[in-house]
Design a protein around this ligand. Structure first.
Ligand code: FAS
Ligand code: PHB
Length: 391
């Protein structure tokens, strides 16, 4: 096969890029290793920042989001067994806000649109190599239904996530990866019970972090900080609810409880690979960078990368100029590092490192008290959380 843009990975970044290019008349092919049902049910992000919603609307992919998504104008921070403070986005973040609309739903919407357009989206197509990225005819090799096939492209975009193959297609001497791991993970649950709070609640406690989130008026999404290597099966439903009550405690009110329908453990990692481009190969989303989910940035960074890249590819095809393509990596990395810092800040302020001292804990409390007492500190958190404009 032959195409202008070969997109490896049918997650949010690959699918949104394909949508943006298709609407501009730039032909592309999406190769996704998993089957459609797997990709559509994979539980991941839950929060869309303003720029992501704007991009989905501009791509004609926000009809269900606008009908079913929950608009949120703030989040609540809790600490010290009773202290709490609400961060108000409209007053602190220039009117920008966030939406609760799960990544699974974004992926379902983009797949449905791609298939309705009759545009090439191949499931069960595992890419095994990307060659010739330093030539003007890179070749993607993939296996589908037991047969090895090739796709010749003008450009290849790695949207294949942290465990994909495209990052390795950049020669080791030409790339640098900056990483940090954290001494804790998240135990996440889905529960068939209405959310106990109207908004998201991020809680610091002596026994560790907890997050109250949601998926709909009838489904709650909650997380507990747990040690790395925790087996989700080692936590019973009652133990999970009891620990969530302790950590999210406020005025003695307990959480509404209900059947837990999904349970998984997510390790925490920060990682950035530079540059995000090598010859005719571009990296986008988790293929290039990972953030701990405390700042709700992962999916949103992926969306921002492909908005910038789509604009650059369309300019190259329509005006013959590679200026935006040449600037892609630097343009994205400025925003990536801002989100990396914010995600690290939210993670290290709200989680309790098992090795931390009493001094460290006092610093965390002081930071939380500063946010509660200073409109400037609160505005810095609000503007990062609601998301900075895409350049
Ligand atoms: P993705 O990983 O979503 O998609 C990559 C796609 O490429 C996948 O469909 C994969 O099957 C495919 N692929 C991989 N190798 C391939 C190959 N060789 N050939 C073809 N296809 C290939 N972010 C948040 O903001 N909040 C959260 O709560 C949150 N929770 C997360 C939980 C987990 C377990 C994980 C792993 C991530 C979580 N994230 C969260 C981050 C997540 O949402 C990512 O940022 C987002 O999925 C990034 O999207 P993509 O870059 O498209 O990568
Ligand atoms: C979620 O609802 O899955 C979610 C929300 C906010 C986060 C992380 C995850 O920071």
């Amino acid at each position: 096969m032959r195409t202008t843009v070969g997109i490896i990975g049918g997650g949010p970044s690959g699918l949104l890029l394909a949508r943006l290019l298709h609407r501009a008349g730039v032909d592309c092919v999406v190769l996704e290793s998993r089957q459609r049902a797997y990709v559509e049910r994979r539980q991941r992000a839950g929060i869309l920042e303003q720029s992501t919603v704007d991009a989905l609307r501009e791509a004609g992919a926000a009809e269900r989001l606008d009908a079913e998504g929950l608009v949120h104008d703030g989040i609540e921070l809790r600490w010290g067994g009773g202290r709490s403070h609400r961060i108000d986005f409209p007053s602190l973040a220039s009117g920008r806000r966030v939406w609760v609309y799960a990544q699974t739903e974004v992926v379902k919407d983009l797949i449905a649109l791609r298939l309705a357009d009759g545009a090439p989206l191949h499931f069960g197509a595992e890419v095994t190599s990307v060659e010739g990225v330093d030539t003007d005819r890179p070749v993607v090799t993939y296996v589908q239904e037991g047969r090895t096939r090739t796709l010749t492209c003008d450009y290849v975009v790695g949207c294949d996530g942290f465990h994909g193959v495209t990052r390795a297609a950049v020669p080791g001497a030409a790339r640098t990866t900056y990483e940090r791991t954290y001494p804790y993970s998240w135990l996440g649950i889905l529960a068939d019970v209405p959310p106990s709070c109207d908004e998201l609640v991020y809680a610091h406690s002596s026994r560790g972090f907890a997050l109250h989130s949601m998926r709909s008026p009838d489904v709650s999404r909650l997380y507990l900080q747990v040690p790395n290597g925790t087996d989700p099966a080692s936590w019973s439903g009652e133990q999970i609810w009891d620990e969530l009550d302790f950590r999210l405690a406020r005025d003695g009110r307990q959480l509404e409880r209900g059947p837990i329908t999904a349970k998984s453990v997510l390790p925490m990692r920060s990682s950035v690979t530079e540059p995000m481009r090598f010859g005719r190969l571009f990296l986008a989303g988790d293929a290039a960078h990972i953030v701990p989910p405390t700042g709700a940035k992962g999916l949103n960074l992926a969306a921002a990368d492909v908005v910038v890249l789509a604009r650059a590819l369309i300019r190259q095809r329509t005006a013959g100029s590679t200026d935006l393509l040449d600037a892609y990596s630097d343009t994205c990395l400025r925003r990536v590092w801002r989100a990396e810092h914010f995600s690290w800040f939210m993670t290290t302020t709200l989680h309790t490192d098992p090795e931390q001292s009493g001094f460290d804990t006092r610093l965390q409390i002081s930071q939380l008290e500063r946010i509660a007492s200073s409109p400037h500190a609160a505005a810095e958190l609000a503007s990062n959380y609601a998301g900075l404009p895409i350049p």
